[in-house]
Design a protein around this ligand. Structure first.
Ligand SMILES: [Zn+2]
Length: 326
């Protein structure tokens, strides 16, 4: 890989890491076109994908992709058997050459459900991949690449492109924020730049973060709880509203009481209640100043010193006992 391209890809992946929480090993979904292209250009899958994404990768083929591949393979075998003059044998390898064994590219189980929650079983490859990439949204949920999948694809054959109900997976995947797309074109593996939707999602998060800086922590928690992703305008309006309400709170913690350092001590009162000179020596401030020097080396300090010495001695004792033994 050319150095400049490699550097660019590293940068792209780091923005997926920062903005969409992608982590190694990356989960890469390979489609049938990708497998075919890599096989025909003799590109080892694991090595090429890892070089492109600059990190460890787990490659997967979905159940629906496998079904499509095996179905096409079966039909091809039958066609050969029907049209072939070699005894009409339907014999051949159990799997097409371009499909790697499951030890190399394991199967990704996928359960597709419609909005009513009914299981759909095996669906078309494109639908399957887009369903997984969009985080299998229900109802009016927003598409979100929750599992952090990477899509690896290639151009479909022309016959398939013109076929009925053809869905361009790459084009549709660009509409889901945070989906890295790898594709093979003429023996080169390419990592697409972030799609417009992804860029917009990043900008929106950045704007929100900036807003939060002004608004404060409380609103950030509230917003996260709501988990609103795509309603930009509403979010902005929210920000403005909150600016008025919580701007004062920002960065300030209300003191629970007066500053203890600036408060006058209450001992004056005690002195008033106690007749001067009477009672025990409670504290130095209340006593006449001239008594202070005598206090310094007075009984209290001496008593405290005694106490600490005793403590030290008792602490030493066990070791003193243990030493002769050992
Ligand atoms: Zn599927």
């Amino acid at each position: 890989m050319r150095a400049r391209r490699s550097k660019r890809y590293r940068k792209i992946m780091s923005s997926y890491q920062m903005s969409f929480s992608f982590r190694e090993p990356y989960q890469v979904l390979l489609d049938s076109h990708f497998l075919k292209a890599c096989h025909s250009f003799h590109m080892p899958l694991q090595k090429y994908v890892e070089n492109t994404l600059h990190g460890k990768c787990n490659l997967f083929v979905t159940k629906c992709t496998l079904a499509k591949i095996m179905d096409a393979h079966q039909k091809q075998k039958e066609r050969k058997a029907a049209g072939g003059g070699e005894g009409g044998k339907a014999r051949g390898p159990g799997r097409p050459d371009f499909l790697p064994p499951p030890t190399e590219v394991p199967l990704r189980h996928c359960k597709h459900k419609n909005d009513e929650g009914e299981e759909l079983g095996i669906v078309s490859e494109a639908r399957c991949l887009l369903d997984l990439l969009a985080g299998q949204p229900r109802g009016n949920e927003h598409a979100k690449n929750k599992q952090h999948y990477v899509l690896a694809t290639a151009e479909a054959e022309e016959r398939e492109q013109h076929g009925r109900g053809f869905i361009d997976v790459r084009e549709r995947a660009r509409l889901i924020p945070g989906v890295p797309i790898v594709y093979v074109k003429r023996s080169v593996m390419i990592l697409e730049e972030l799609s417009g939707v992804s860029e917009r999602a990043i900008k929106k998060v950045e704007r929100e973060k900036f807003g939060e800086g002004l608004v404060g922590l409380a609103s950030r928690k509230r917003k996260r709880g709501e988990g609103e992703d795509d309603e930009e305008e509403e979010g902005e309006r929210d920000d403005e509203e909150q600016n008025g309400a919580t701007a004062k709170i920002r960065g300030m913690r209300r003191a629970k009481g007066p500053n203890p350092l600036s408060v006058k001590k209450k001992k004056n009162k005690e002195r008033v209640s106690q007749p001067a000179g009477g009672g025990g020596p409670v504290d130095a401030e209340a006593e006449p100043i001239r008594k202070r020097p005598t206090r310094r080396g007075g009984r209290r300090v001496a008593a405290r010193r005694d106490a600490t010495q005793q403590e030290q001695e008792t602490a030493k004792e066990p070791s003193a006992v243990a030493e002769p033994k050992g």
